[in-house]
Design a protein around this ligand. Sequence first.
Ligand code: ATP
Length: 361
Amino acid sequence: MAGLSLKNIEKKYPNGFHAVKNLNLEIHDKEFLILVGPSGCGKSTTLRMVAGLEDISSGEMYIGDRIVNEVEPKDRDIAMVFQNYALYPHMTIYDNMAFSLKLRKLSKEDIDKKVKEAANILGIESLLDRKPKELSGGQRQRVALGRAIVRKPKVFLMDEPLSNLDAKLRVQMRTELSKLHQELQTTFIYVTHDQTEAMTMGSRIAVMKDGILQQVADPQTIYTNPTNMFVASFIGSPQMNFIDCKVVKDNGVSLDYKGHNICITKERTKSLEESVYLGKDVVLGIRPENILVNNESPIKAKVEVKEMLGSETYLYLNMDGKNMIARVEPSLQVEIGEVIGLEFIKDKIHIFDKETELRIK
Ligand code: ATP
């Protein structure tokens, strides 16, 4: 069992910077958990505390049912893969992968078996005699993973392991890491600032901002039920559009945008009617794919840029001075400069509290 439990974890650096604030996070055995957030949000600090490379200021960290606050990194049964690979340049790939096993004084046969097994999993058998400088970035990354795999750790920790690779290789390695996770059946904790990596690889995603955990859930839940405006805008690309509206009651409850009525679902109508939001300003959130072009609609926007990607088209719109993005079918005929009507798919509308930025349930 190698689930992890982070209880009330705080990190204050010696200079007084409060990098992680009251973090509570359960990481399940064998799951692929992604820690995601913008630069400086405390994700690497969190991972380094799990690894034992950084002291925990307060709180408790468990790996399995063992409290590890005071346990040395080497005794935590974890392996960490960094973005700069950290391979020994003068050693062959074989020796790089065998290094930690030699330190542990395993027999030659045992080492050979483990190195070859890992090389086989990663498809790098033919590279074992080379030196790191004779490999491509992607191959080096595989070796770095290989070095972790041979140790059969209970938990793999990865800090932006793909960030030095070019875009195409990154996409390929994403799939390989997902497959590797399935094959190894081990707990993976993976740090990235890239929401696409988070969405495509993780069984669950933990979103952080300013040292505070915002939401932990599976990718679909994060996408469809973001807990606040930060998560809603951070996850999803292009990002969610936000529009200031007011909750009004005419025949029924609806949202008012500059005198135009935006219909919402019956359930939302009911919950808003019973809440404190009647007559109040709120923020409507709508993802680009949930905007329809409907010239009957009184809500108008001007097409400023049209980005054709083949399978889909993005329209960059100006709605009363506000920038919006809509994702439409490539077959849709619209011209740059044209004024179009926008309709928001009713049951895809998110509503947020303007003050707290929390999603209104
Ligand atoms: P990035 O994606 O840029 O690596 P991150 O989310 O991983 O960002 P951390 O490296 O965890 O962020 O850093 C969190 C905050 O703590 C940052 O504001 C950083 O400047 C600060 N910090 C990191 N290390 C130290 C340190 N040794 N002393 C003081 N402050 C630090």
